[in-house]
Write a protein that binds this ligand. Structure first.
Ligand SMILES: NC(=O)c1ccc[n+]([C@@H]2O[C@H](COP(=O)([O-])OP(=O)(O)OC[C@H]3O[C@@H](n4cnc5c(N)ncnc54)[C@H](O)[C@@H]3O)[C@@H](O)[C@H]2O)c1
Length: 325
């Protein structure tokens, strides 16, 4: 019989309950054995239909239950570190929804923790890397079949955002996915970030720049633009056009869905199944703690750039440790 991975899910909110349903209904060789949420009723609702799953309000108790092999973290980003560090120290493999942590200083502590353990134990939830179209572009970059990749032009459109959404969310929650996918597609680090503003939509709450254009350069010289429009009113649309020397490849153009869950449902499924398979095989291959750290550093540059539209801000990165090379 194939081995089953026993997973504890921390946080049974929007993303956590979506992942629990995915693990229960669509993933192979996995069993949810624990759901942890400070809101016990949410955790209870999330385990419905899962034989043998237990509810906890304290995740350390779940880790000590003897019924857990790996952990999935789906609490808000500022709470990730307090789960990650103890879980890593105890040797658990972890899938951590993005962001790894909310800033590069705390993300670096996760990198250092893995370095001292000497193994990669964390995968960060950058699901676009598991989308077929992005994988096609990445394969073309690697093979060089269309010459060098010269530029990426991306679009990120949301139907609406909550009233609490600010410029910080635009960078940390929205453009963070582009920071990661640009790093993934090019295989290079983002070196500068700039934000351009212009005529603002009347649908945007006061103080929110919408639409915005985020310009980046990579350290290999690829030019990147990301057009965001988060109060479009009509749907969710994420696309990328990759300009190679002899071909242009497109991903997601003309795809409009109600939200991100529908747009990336296959990518989420592939992401989680590959994580399960990698956990069982003993080695993680998805986006790692360095990727989480680098994305946090890009976000910090993005936040400075959005505060000073038109200014090109350098992304500051520590030296990459051997473990991630
Ligand atoms: N990859 C993606 O596309 C994507 C999309 C949306 C959200 N996310 C990420 O997923 C994470 C969760 O976001 P969400 O929208 O599901 O949030 P949410 O607010 O819907 O859910 C968070 C849950 O965590 C629980 N919680 C809070 N403190 C806790 C604690 N100390 N211990 C246990 N549980 C606790 C809350 O009760 C809630 O049920 C965030 O990091 C977010 O950025 C990723």
């Amino acid at each position: 019989m194939t081995e089953q991975l026993r997973v504890a899910v921390v946080g049974a909110g929007r993303m956590g309950s979506d992942h629990i349903t995915r693990l229960r209904d669509r993933m192979k060789n996995v069993r949810v054995t624990a759901v942890i949420d400070i809101d016990e009723a949410k955790a209870q609702a999330a385990i419905e239909g899962i034989d043998g799953a237990q509810v906890f309000t304290d995740f350390t108790e779940a880790l000590e239950s003897g019924e857990v092999d790996a952990v999935m973290v789906a609490t808000p980003g500022f709470l990730h570190e307090q789960v990650l560090l103890p879980a890593l120290t105890k040797g658990f493999k972890v899938f951590c929804e993005k962001p790894l942590t909310p800033d590069s200083e705390s993300a670096w502590r996760i990198v250092e923790a893995e370095e001292s353990i000497g193994r990669k134990l964390v995968q960060v939830g950058f699901m676009r890397r598991f989308d077929e179209g992005y994988r096609r572009i990445r394969a073309a970059v690697r093979s060089g079949e269309h010459g060098e990749l010269l530029a990426l032009d991306c679009e990120h459109i949301n139907p609406e955002v909550p009233d609490s959404y600010t410029g910080r969310n635009l960078i940390d929650d929205t453009v963070v996915h582009e920071f990661d996918i640009v790093r993934y597609l090019t295989g290079e680090e983002v070196s500068t970030v700039q934000v351009r503003t212009g005529k603002n939509s009347s649908a945007a709450k006061e103080g929110l720049v919408d639409p915005a254009q985020i310009l980046m350069d990579t350290d290999g010289g690829v030019r990147v633009s990301v057009n965001t429009h988060v109060t479009s009113g009509y749907g969710y649309a994420v696309s990328t056009r990759a300009s190679f020397e002899t071909r242009h490849l497109e991903e997601g153009v003309d795809q409009v869905t109600p939200g991100f869950e529908e747009r990336f449902v296959d990518a989420y499924d592939t992401e989680i199944q590959e994580w399960i398979d990698d956990c069982l095989a003993g080695e993680l291959n998805g986006p790692d703690a360095w990727d989480g750290y680098a994305a946090a550093a890009c976000c910090e540059a993005g936040l400075r750039a959005i505060a000073e539209p038109g200014t090109s801000v350098r992304v500051e990165l520590n030296e990459k440790p051997e473990l991630y090379r």
